[in-house]
Design a protein around this ligand. Structure first.
Ligand code: AMP
Length: 380
């Protein structure tokens, strides 16, 4: 009997456990909060990721460890890796946790990125704003997610407000300034690399964000094949450079026919949730297969799929369930503004059919604005 340990007990851990059950796997989750939603049906250790007593108990009860949460302290991941196999490896995790380190790696690999600069002081912010031009975005290097820890600088007068908001973090998590990219689309590559180096990617996904949080994902993204191949080649070169094992996502901006890499997530990713029902093998199942050294499953998709995120609260399931290819995911979390509490996936044989299903579900749920950009893309 193999037990997979997961650091972090949110919805990603929950969906990993669900997809691992048919493989006969057991799971153990480590989370700092007792009500982490994976804990509703996965045994759990509750404690601080930095506490060695907690980590030791966790390590003693698992055969292999992985992450649902990318901000596990790198030292904790390293401590654990000295006791049990940990995938992805702590170095890959450390690079992906740091916007400056990951963008530097992308650049080294020849992957285009938005112009960026390391910001250590108020003076270096002024210098970088002058060099990168306006608008630009000040971001924390580490611990930011879903648009948190970011400040948009539209005019030079905004630099003061940006420093007031984030300057104190220059000496803790670090800061990076990025040129603002007036992109036409946001695309992600969700890919997996096995212990033996085998690499597979799912068809590309197009994503729409609202207030910095993913709102909808559509697969396959309609991109010229040469561009899609380039995106997948970028993902592959990153995975190889980091000796990465498991699933990860590479987020890209598409601007005037060029792809610019924004960031990578060293874990299963929200933009890959559609793979549960929309692909031959889901990102969750393939992550577990990779981590365990099992053969990877086919990443081919079945038709077209759209995932809609439920943020804050879960709407009525009925309109989705009434759709022949509607699939429902409630993470069992309490409602809270800005919190990811569930998602739905709609699948169809062709783009026209998917647009009709989205129209009907959007209308029934009063979510017309959420589905509108996806429908527009499907009908373009
Ligand atoms: P991130 O946390 O870096 O993924 O940023 C969250 C969202 O903010 C992205 O999905 C984009 O919609 C937007 N964003 C982040 N960085 C940039 C940028 N350099 N230029 C334009 N938009 C950005």
């Amino acid at each position: 009997m193999t037990t997979v340990g997961i650091l972090g007990g949110g919805q990603l851990a929950r969906m990993l456990a669900l997809s691992g059950a048919p493989l006969g796997l057991r799971f153990l989750v480590l989370d700092s909060t007792i009500d982490a939603c994976a804990g509703q049906f996965v045994p759990m250790v509750v404690g601080d990721y930095r506490d060695e007593t907690v980590l030791a108990e966790f390590a003693g009860r698992v055969d292999v460890a992985t992450f649902d949460f990318e901000n596990v302290p790198a030292e904790s991941a390293q401590w654990l890796a000295e006791r049990v196999p940990v995938f992805p490896n702590p170095r890959a995790l450390a690079v992906a946790q740091d916007r400056l380190a990951e963008k530097s790696l992308f650049r080294k690999l020849g992957i285009p990125v938005p112009a960026f600069a390391d910001i250590a002081t108020r003076e270096s912010l002024d210098r970088a704003v002058a060099e990168l031009g306006l608008p630009c975005i000040l971001k924390t290097r580490r611990l930011g997610y879903d648009g948190k820890g970011q400040f948009r600088i539209k005019t030079s007068a905004d630099a003061d407000a940006a420093w007031d908001a984030l300057g104190a973090q220059a000496t803790t998590v670090g800061l990076i300034l990025e040129a603002f990219v007036p992109f036409q689309r946001e695309i992600s590559v969700v890919a997996v690399r096995g212990r033996d180096g085998e690499f597979r990617a799912w068809p590309l996904t197009e994503n729409w964000h609202v207030d910095g949080i993913l709102s909808a994902s559509l697969a396959p993204a309609t991109l010229p094949p040469a561009l899609a191949e380039k995106a997948i080649a970028h993902a592959r070169s990153i995975a190889e450079a980091l000796d990465y094992v498991g699933v990860f996502a590479l987020e890209l901006f598409l601007k005037d026919g060029e792809l610019l890499a924004n960031e990578m997530a060293p874990r299963v990713h929200n933009s890959g949730h559609w793979t549960i029902e929309g692909a031959e093998t889901s990102q969750f199942q393939n992550h577990l297969r990779a981590v365990l050294g099992l053969p990877l499953g086919d990443t081919r998709m079945l038709g077209h799929a759209c995932m809609l995120n439920w943020i804050g609260s879960v709407p009525s399931a009925n309109p989705v369930l009434a759709n022949a290819s509607g699939h429902w995911h409630d993470y069992g979390k309490s409602s809270r503004a800005g919190r990811k509490v569930g998602h739905a996936t709609l699948r169809a044989e062709d783009a026209g059919e998917l647009a009709l299903a989205l129209e009907s579900v959007g209308r029934s749920l009063g979510r017309e604005s959420q589905v509108a950009p996806v429908i527009e893309r499907l009908r373009a």
